[in-house]
Write a protein that binds this ligand. Structure first.
Ligand code: C5P
Length: 397
């Protein structure tokens, strides 16, 4: 898929820069050419020699290098690739990009380019969580910059949390998705998936049997048609697809916040099985068995994410698709649900135990639009996903 694609790889100054060396290899193995740009800070982490040797190409380092300018000016360089990849995208590089600074070669290329940009953030967890970085992220996404990661995990600085750069193969998948040519190229689609977990106390929660497989398949199918996919997932059984922006959440309230942060989008598909209720005041410490009797759980209603987005006055996605998992009077209930929630389409299915659909590999759905109910034959969840993605592409065309 990457044969003859040209990647301009900007390597920023972070400890994850070593992973970018592997990224270069992976990209070249797949037939892509890599033109590397190393920031001054990046040179503290990887050597210019190893970068250019692995890339098999000239390394660009300096904005004011007369030889470079004679060979290829920086404006031309900024537009010479099919995709610019910034990995690691440090907090500093992201801030420069968000502000439009152009005081070194990397930032100048990023400001001068008309080529799509993919950033793989990498930084200490506090730096990532800082409101300034989060503001910059929002700005960059608003500017149409694609983002992969960061992942959560142990960090080189000894802390734990989000901030680890995505792994080279995850970045490769994101590059393939960014370069995928299809009817949804240039469209941003948000997908919710999986169950939510609503805490009772620090060790117990209320959940449901959703595996996340239908939502995952939909995200994968949309990305395969070239969409930029924001995938907001509760704790699912299946791994998220490659090449999409993954936002992991636990509760319905977190899911709503992630969805709002992920907008604007051209379309949104709400495949998550969101818990309708949460425990009103979850206990901060583990609840104990007492002689006094059974604990009493009070419930509070969760926000309806689909209805909230479908009824947005400003910034509503052009197409809002909901799911309706029903056990009785499927079409009737789903048709009423479409009206009540204000979404454009509802994908209705029967999740009675005997259908084996919830947690299974197949689905049997009816698509409900303003033109009525369209019954699809029983097929695999990935076929349902492909058919739905194709319909979404037709609608957004
Ligand atoms: O109301 P019900 O749960 O049957 O509606 C299903 C649809 O609404 C699904 O698309 C689901 O993702 C969405 N939903 C939601 N937020 C909720 C409940 C459901 O987005 N709190």
């Amino acid at each position: 898929m990457l044969a003859s694609k040209r990647i301009l790889l900007i390597i920023g100054g972070g400890i994850a820069a070593f992973k970018s060396l592997d990224l270069i290899r992976r990209l070249r193995e797949r037939g892509a050419s890599v033109t590397p740009v190393l920031t001054q800070a990046g040179e503290e982490f990887v050597t210019p020699l190893s970068v250019s040797a692995l890339a098999g190409d000239k390394l660009y380092r300096d904005l004011f290098d007369l030889t470079d300018e004679a060979e290829m000016g920086h404006i031309e360089l900024s537009r010479s690739a099919d995709l610019i990849v910034v990995a690691p995208a440090t907090a500093d590089l992201m801030a420069k990009m968000a502000q439009g600074l152009a005081n070194d070669l990397a930032s100048t290329l990023l400001l001068a380019t008309d080529t799509p940009v993919l950033a793989a953030p990498s930084m200490n967890v506090r730096m990532w969580d800082h409101p300034a970085t989060q503001r910059n992220m929002t700005t960059l996404q608003g500017d149409g910059i694609r983002v992969i990661g960061p992942n959560e995990g142990d960090m080189a600085c000894g802390e734990y949390g989000p901030g680890r750069m995505a792994e080279p193969m995850e970045i490769v998948a994101a590059i393939e998705a960014a370069l995928a040519d299809g009817p949804l190229k240039g469209k941003r689609v948000l997908v919710t998936s999986g169950p939510t977990h609503e805490p009772i106390d620090p060790v117990r929660y209320i959940a449901n049997r959703s595996s996340g497989s239908q939502g995952t398949a939909i995200a994968r199918a949309l990305a395969a048609l070239g969409a930029e996919v924001v995938f907001v997932s509760g704790p699912a059984d299946v791994d998220p697809p490659g090449g999409v922006e993954v936002i992991r959440v636990e509760t319905a309230q977190q899911m709503l916040e992630a969805v709002q942060a992920g907008l604007p989008a051209d379309a949104a598909v709400f495949a998550a099985a969101v818990a309708d209720w949460r425990v009103a005041s979850a206990s901060d410490s583990k609840m104990k068995k007492t002689k006094g009797g059974l604990p009493k759980l009070e419930f509070a209603e969760n926000p309806d994410i689909l209805a909230t987005v479908a009824q947005m006055k400003k910034g509503r996605p052009g197409l809002v698709v909901g799911f309706a998992a029903e056990t009785d009077d499927v079409i009737e209930n789903a048709t009423a649900k479409r009206k009540r929630k204000g979404c454009d389409w509802i994908v209705a299915n029967d999740v009675s135990a005997e259908t084996g659909i919830m947690g299974g590999a197949e689905n049997d759905v009816t698509l409900i639009t303003d033109e009525g109910a369209e019954d699809w034959p029983r097929m695999s969840k990935s076929q349902v996903a492909s058919k739905l993605a194709a319909r979404i592409a037709d609608e957004l065309a």
